[in-house]
Design a protein around this ligand. Structure first.
Ligand code: PDD
Length: 286
């Protein structure tokens, strides 16, 4: 691949883009990130992602590397420079390079590192997986207690994805104290009758930007939304299940721990919410 990527103010060929070995993102996973999807060459839910980035930064006492206007211009420039019609923009901000390794945060004179790159995914909206749905397994949630901050500490979610792969399925849903928290890189939902049930927003889960939009559209479409924890047994007995994230939009979940959910095929509610989400977000794309 020969992408043009963004590093600290410069647009460079990917082979020339460099970050220091002393960068705290590399040494300490001391960084936060956002993934924004691109449809028709436009950014989906950019404002939501920019807002969450600022929240993640401020929860970690990290300075914002640029203004929202600069962030938007940079995202748009990457889309243009890389000719992206459908895909994603990955953005990462770290606490920068203090010139040595230390557990102490560097002082304010050390500038944050900001990196962004595109991922070209021509069939993002029309993903084959959305037609068959995800199969998931449940695994214990042993992540740290501030999952509401979108940090780059993704080792356990990555291990969870590998556990799913080994089990011959698509993803893992994390379980803590008997209830589902979220998927490895998505929020988790079940559907019972007219009701959509998903865990409430606390530090137990990431406050998904897709989640916020999907729940708004669900309420507008006269679904009842209940924000509370649910168990794997309840999910297996539900009419439908699904996951949401910028990378998958609304993804039906058709099997949990080897047991079919509902008919074992993508259900009408998840399918409809996916359609509404894509329609509405395309209209509002920047
Ligand atoms: N992941 N929960 C977790 C743990 C996530 O990592 C993500 C997103 C979500 C959904 O958030 P949003 O709707 O804002 O994308 C929930 C991104 C896509 C990733 O790591 O690639």
């Amino acid at each position: 691949m020969n992408r043009t990527v963004y590093v600290n103010g410069d647009y460079l060929p990917e082979a020339e883009a460099k970050v220091s070995v002393f960068d705290r993102g590399f040494l300490m996973a001391d960084g936060v990130y956002e993934v924004t999807s691109v449809l028709d060459g436009k950014l989906i839910d950019f404002d939501g992602h920019a807002k969450r980035l600022h929240r993640s930064l401020s929860e970690l006492d990290m300075a914002a590397p640029c203004t929202d206007e600069e962030l938007l211009a940079m995202h748009r420039e990457l889309v243009v420079l890389n000719g992206i019609d459908q895909g994603m923009i990955y953005l990462q901000v770290t606490r920068g390079n203090p010139g040595d390794r230390s557990f102490v945060f560097p002082d304010a004179s050390v500038k944050p590192t900001i990196v962004a790159f595109t991922q070209n995914i021509p069939n993002l909206a029309d993903a084959p997986a959305a037609k068959t749905g995800f199969k998931v397994i449940s695994i214990p949630d042993i992540r740290w207690g501030r999952r509401d901050i979108k940090t780059v500490q993704l080792l356990y979610p990555s291990m969870g994805k590998m556990m799913a792969k080994k089990a011959g399925v698509d993803d893992s849903w994390f379980v803590e104290d008997g209830a589902v928290t979220e998927g490895t890189s998505n929020n988790a939902y079940i559907v019972k009758g007219n009701k959509i049930i998903t865990r409430q927003l606390t530090s137990d889960i990431l406050h998904g930007i897709t989640r916020a939009s999907v729940l708004r559209f669900a309420a507008e479409a006269q679904f009842e939304v209940e924000e509370r924890p649910f168990t794997i047994a309840e999910a297996q007995a539900a009419d439908e299940a699904f996951s949401t994230a910028a990378s998958i939009f609304v993804m039906p979940v058709v099997e949990i721990d080897g047991q079919a959910v509902g008919t074992g095929k993508p259900g009408p509610v998840a399918t409809r919410l996916r359609e509404i989400y894509l329609d509405e977000m395309r209209k509002a794309a920047l």
